[in-house]
Design a protein around this ligand. Sequence first.
Ligand code: DLL
Length: 491
Amino acid sequence: MLAMQFANDSRPVMFDPDAEAMPAEQLPALQTRRLRALVDRLLAAGGVQAGRLAAAGVTGGADVSLDDLAELPTTDKGDLWDNYPFGLLAVPREQVVAVHGSSGTGGRPTLVSYTKGDLALWSRMCARALAAAGARPGTIVHNAYGYGLFTGGLGIHQGAIELGATVVPVSGGMTARQVKLIADLRPEILTCTPSYAIRLGEALTEAGLTLETGLSFTAGVFGAEPWTEEMRARIEDLLGLRALDIYGLSEVIGPGVASECIVAADGLHVNEDHFLVEVLDPSTGEPLPDGTPGELTFTTLTKEALPLLRYRTGDIAALRPGSCPCGRTLVKMSKVTGRKDDMLVIRGVNVYPSEIERVLLGEPAVAPDYALVIDARNGGRDLIAVCERITERAAGSPFAGRSASGAGGTAGSGVGVGAGVGVGGGVGVGGAARSDDELREVLEHRLREGLGLRVRVTIVPPGSVPRTEVGKAMRVHRWSAGDPPVPGLPA
Ligand code: DLL
């Protein structure tokens, strides 16, 4: 139910204004109450988390406060693996009405359980995200996140229904069918991974779909993988919409832990009335001050089946408290720059793939489909950036150069983190003025200057880099001695 609308201005409706626009000074009391109830529930459930709490001298919720949160034990993915599949349940197994999960970075599945109450909470979190993107009852939402164990499809689906929007459950893949549905139904909101938004945008451009001929999107709610401001500008150019970020992870609930509002679009409002957030030093586990990037750590204050105390996500981002022109008072987090275990160490230089993406996509002649190959065949770790030239077709998209964020994005406008390398400039859209060799040299130079990284750049014909049809993009490929060449990439 939409409880309130900001009737006297043009800001979009808030799904849950009592919580999302709660006076900041009221939040700690609510969080404290919920944290204490959570600690009581964990102790009553027994198991790993109860044992750790007891070892930390906690005998009941009344013993804890927000101020000494950092003294409480943490959890991480290892706990989910060790207690797979139902070992961390805080309710009887029969109360679990759904399981979801992810294939996980280490290839080991993570399974999470939901009660009816958890599903209701999750729906409300996703409804908040969709409303923040400007959706309202009746808005058509084209949901191209994959349906299944992955939380993207069903999470957004339930959120759209909770909001009263009209969801098109198209799931990922079968792009030609998606193009037809978009032409026929004229959805206003697109939800999918950012890499699939590019794939879909290329297909829509190929099909000649423009604002005049049926392209009707106003906003996209994209997440499930890291993406940069440069990628945001590319998606906005390709699809003529406002590209917004949504963050979440199965362990915490799925999508809807945090999301951007269409009013500011400069960081993701964390639903901290349900997910208490901290940023910790990834190596020491010590809390870091606001504005400093570190490991996002969440306490699920109200979840029933699988509540987690101080869950260390491995995702790197920074927090920025303060008010937002949209009226929300919830703390904002920066875009996630990567996972702590995704950091590449190339000849002694530490770099996240997203920093390389910023440099590559800062060059208008480079298409958003790229791949990074770590060539370890000769015992070393050489980095090869495989880039496609943007096609004249995509460069001529009706929205090219008109992105709301502006080419090069709004990095730095919010709590953006990462190397502030110089990007942009260069040739005009399409890059016709530069030969492949010149383009390669320019990119290698910018990577060296901006990141201190020696990278071999290879320019390949459009369509060479494998596209994402379903799920999350595989950007980084490791190539060891004896491995066959990476499919679709030059040997
Ligand atoms: O990816 C949930 C989700 C679905 C979020 C749809 C947003 C949209 P998992 O499959 O468990 O859940 O993967 C969680 O994906 O720890 C991050 O590393 C990454 N991730 C999720 N959202 C973002 C984002 C879903 N907006 C893991 N930016 C997380 C960067 C993201 N990384």
